[in-house]
Write a protein that binds this ligand. Structure first.
Ligand code: MG
Length: 246
C-alpha cells in the first residue's frame, strides 16, 4: 500500500441508505439481497487492528497479518463476514478498501457502533440483529467482547511477526463448525478451547480520542500471554482460554 491519504469507501456499510426498514439491529437482515447460493447461516465478526492488520504510525501505512487476506477469502465461503472496529470510519475504510479489494467482507461497523464502558469501546454483538447462537467474534482485545464472552475468540495480537500462523490455525476449526451446521457456535468454541488464567487487561482509550485506530494491547499483555501460537477466548476480562490439545 502506497497511499497515505484516507479515502471514501464504496462498499456497503451498516449505515447505508439501502438498509431495509425491517432490520432489527445495526446490520440489514441476514442474507438480505443475496441470491440463495450466497446465503450463509453464520456470521463471523472480525476486529481490524492487530487482528487482521497493523497500522504503522511512523510510515502512515499498514501491513496485513500473514494469511489474513486468504483467511477472509476462505471464511467468506461459510460465513457472513463483518469487520467491527473501534477505529474511525475514514481510517478503517482507507485500510479495508485496499485490504479487501475482492469484497469478501460484507459489512463494516466502526467506533460509532461501539458502546463506551469503563474507558473501553465494547462491541455488543446483541446489537447486530443476528442470532447470537450463530454469531462469533475474533478480537485481540478480550474486553471488546465482554458482553458476549462465550461468542468470542481472543486471538494473539499481531504487530509484525512474519511467521504468525494464528489465523491459519483457526481456519479448519471454523470451517468444520460451519459445515457441521452446529446449533450454537458457543458449544464449538467451548469444545476447542481450554481454560487458562491470566491477568491481561486492555489499554483503555478515552472518549473523544483523536486516535483514528483502536486501542492496542499493552506490552504487558503480550508478555503475559502463553507461548507463540496459543490462542483462546475469554469468559471474563480477567480470564483467558487457549487451544485445547488434540
Ligand atoms: Mg484490535
Amino acid at each position: 500500500m502506497t497511499s497515505s491519504k484516507p479515502h471514501q469507501s464504496k462498499t456497503q456499510t451498516s449505515h447505508s441508505n439501502n438498509t431495509p426498514s425491517r432490520s432489527t439491529g445495526l446490520l440489514p437482515p441476514l442474507n438480505y439481497g443475496l441470491p440463495p447460493e450466497q446465503h450463509r447461516r453464520y456470521t463471523l465478526v472480525l476486529d481490524l487492528d492487530e487482528t487482521l492488520v497493523h497500522f504503522d504510525q511512523k510510515r502512515r501505512t499498514y501491513k496485513p497479518r500473514p494469511y489474513a487476506s486468504r483467511f477472509c477469502a476462505e471464511m467468506s465461503k461459510y460465513f457472513e463476514l463483518v469487520v467491527f472496529t473501534a477505529g474511525l470510519k475514514d481510517y478503517a475504510d482507507w485500510i479495508l478498501d485496499d485490504f479487501d479489494r475482492a469484497r469478501h467482507i460484507r459489512y463494516r461497523l466502526y467506533r460509532n457502533s461501539c458502546k463506551f464502558k469503563r474507558g473501553v469501546y465494547v462491541k455488543d454483538l446483541s446489537c447486530l440483529g443476528r442470532d447470537l447462537s450463530k454469531t462469533l467474534i475474533i478480537d485481540n482485545i478480550e474486553d471488546n467482547f465482554e458482553m458476549q464472552p462465550d461468542n468470542g475468540i481472543n486471538c494473539e495480537s499481531w504487530f509484525d511477526n512474519p511467521n504468525d500462523t494464528e489465523l491459519a490455525r483457526y481456519e479448519p476449526i471454523l470451517r468444520n463448525m460451519a459445515l457441521s451446521n452446529v446449533d450454537s457456535v458457543c458449544d464449538t468454541i467451548r469444545a476447542h478451547f481450554k481454560f487458562t488464567k491470566s491477568n491481561n487487561c486492555a489499554s483503555p482509550i478515552k472518549r473523544g480520542s483523536s486516535a483514528p485506530h483502536a486501542h492496542t494491547a499493552s506490552p504487558m499483555k503480550r508478555a503475559l500471554k502463553p507461548a507463540a501460537g496459543a490462542f483462546g477466548y475469554s469468559m471474563a476480562p480477567s480470564t483467558r482460554y487457549s487451544l485445547a490439545p488434540p
